[in-house]
Design a protein around this ligand. Structure first.
Ligand SMILES: [Fe+2]
Length: 156
């Protein structure tokens, strides 16, 4: 993230090892950066609103997919994780509402850079990574079981 003062730069440290989720996180980074660019370069208000809506809608869809993914793999931290998503949606909803009322692109870009970027970095590195670790543990258990079955059949 060093070369970039604002927004988000993708790097390996954000990878969970779950391709579907990693791809969505990468796309989220792009959309955040598009919004930062739209704010700082003074894009037309219509484009700004569309960029903002697109990011918000994509985030909601991504959370839904990520939660389904957790259920599919019986992730034990599902309820807490879902709550973190819900809390973030409330924060973003309030900020979007503020923007609709005031129209301040400075406030919006500050919010994206301070609140959204920080939340995403922290959330992916601390919380989403736990999902990746959980899935890897399951796969490891499966492999152990497979090895066990092989060694049992060999002993017959
Ligand atoms: Fe998440």
């Amino acid at each position: 993230m060093s070369e970039q003062k604002y927004g988000l730069a993708w790097s390996e440290e954000f990878e969970l090892g779950c391709p579907q989720i990693d791809a969505q996180h990468k796309r989220l980074f792009e959309l955040v950066n598009n919004l930062v660019k739209a704010c700082t370069e003074g894009y037309d208000r219509k484009i700004l609103n569309e960029t903002l809506d697109f990011l918000v809608n994509y985030t909601v869809e991504h959370f839904k997919d990520e939660e389904e993914f957790q259920l599919r793999y019986n992730y034990p931290g599902y309820a807490r994780h879902k709550q973190l998503h819900e809390d973030f949606k409330v924060i973003v909803g309030e900020k979007v509402q503020e923007f609709r009322e005031t129209g301040s692109t400075i406030d919006l870009s500050n919010c994206v850079n301070k609140v959204v970027v920080q939340w995403l970095i922290h959330h992916i590195q601390r919380e989403d990574k736990k999902i990746g670790n959980h899935v890897r543990r399951l796969e490891l258990d499966d492999n152990d079981y497979g090895t066990l079955k092989v060694s049992i059949s060999r002993n017959k």
